[in-house]
Design a protein around this ligand. Structure first.
Ligand SMILES: [Zn+2]
Length: 289
């Protein structure tokens, strides 16, 4: 490590190392360390790589059915978008449910979030359900996993996507835009277009009609649109073609069509579950004068 201070004290060096370590990996972070040992650990092997899934929620059980779904989703990414699996090394299942970012638990529940710096995907208990996914293409768990893994590379497609699909700013002086009648349960800036019936979140609304989207959630932004469209691309490609042949073509064009990759999920026995990062580490440093 390199520090700019002329004469760093041992305390300053240690504090700096601690800060850096915490930003590098989930398992150095107090929030996750305090959760202790996960209740379940699955290891997904895809080709020569692995993804570890740590489940901290005792309300959730990743049974054989979920393991099968994980394998199907991972198989899809290994063959079509391997960069997602290069970006994601760990999946954490939180025992605490975060509230909806959009203030609507039914329409927009908080299912997951991507931490690129940690190469980690965090899923919330909401994600582990076998009801249909909002796109209608597959069940909720497979759909959510596919949506979240797509976030690892969705930005590569943004420029091309936005050539065809734009989001526009809400003109707050336009009397056609009104605040949502049930604004208390929605985020502060949720607006509704009286004539067109559009909803605008975060002050933006799509320039295309709702029929061009695979879900209402997809209308939030180009990136969310890419992620939900990829769920339909993976599980009901004909439906995506019907909704938008442009979206289908962009995803097809970026898909790698790799040879079949073998994907295997193993459940780690309870007594062998270990969270990384507990072994002492030697930190080497030098002082440049
Ligand atoms: Zn998303």
């Amino acid at each position: 490590m390199i520090m700019s201070k002329k004469e760093p004290t041992k305390e300053k060096i240690l504090a700096s190392v601690e800060k850096r370590k915490k930003s590098e990996q989930w398992y150095y972070n107090d929030y996750w360390r305090e959760k202790g040992t996960p209740v379940e650990q699955l290891r997904v092997e895809h080709g020569a790589n692995t993804i570890d899934i740590y489940n901290f929620s005792s309300d959730v059980e990743l049974n054989k059915e979920y393991q099968k779904q994980i394998e199907i989703v991972m198989q899809f990414f290994a063959e079509h978008f391997p960069q997602a699996l290069e970006g994601c090394k760990t999946i954490l299942i939180n025992d605490k449910q975060s509230p909806s970012a959009y203030g609507d638990e039914d329409k927009f529940p908080f299912n997951g979030e991507v931490k690129r710096d940690w190469n980690t995907l965090i899923l919330y208990p909401n994600a582990i359900k076998s009801t249909p996914h909002r796109t209608g293409a597959v069940d909720h768990f497979s759909g959510t996993l596919t949506h979240e893994l797509t976030h690892f590379f969705a930005r590569e497609l943004l420029e091309e996507w936005q050539k065809h699909y734009q989001w526009e700013e809400v003109d707050e002086n336009d009397p056609e835009w009104i605040s949502m009648p049930n604004a208390s349960s929605m985020i502060a800036k949720s607006m509704y277009h009286k004539e067109k019936g559009y909803l605008a979140f975060e002050d933006k609304f799509p320039a295309q009609p709702p029929e061009d989207f695979v879900s209402e959630y997809a209308m939030l932004s180009a990136e969310e649109d890419i992620c939900d469209s990829n769920v339909v691309f993976a599980f009901d490609a004909d439906k995506l073609k019907e909704v938008s042949s442009i979206k289908f073509d962009i995803l097809s064009k970026h898909s790698t069509q790799e040879q079949e990759v073998s994907v295997k999920t193993t459940s780690i026995p309870e007594h062998e579950i270990v969270v990384p990062g507990n072994d002492p580490e030697v930190v080497k440093y030098y002082v440049k004068r």
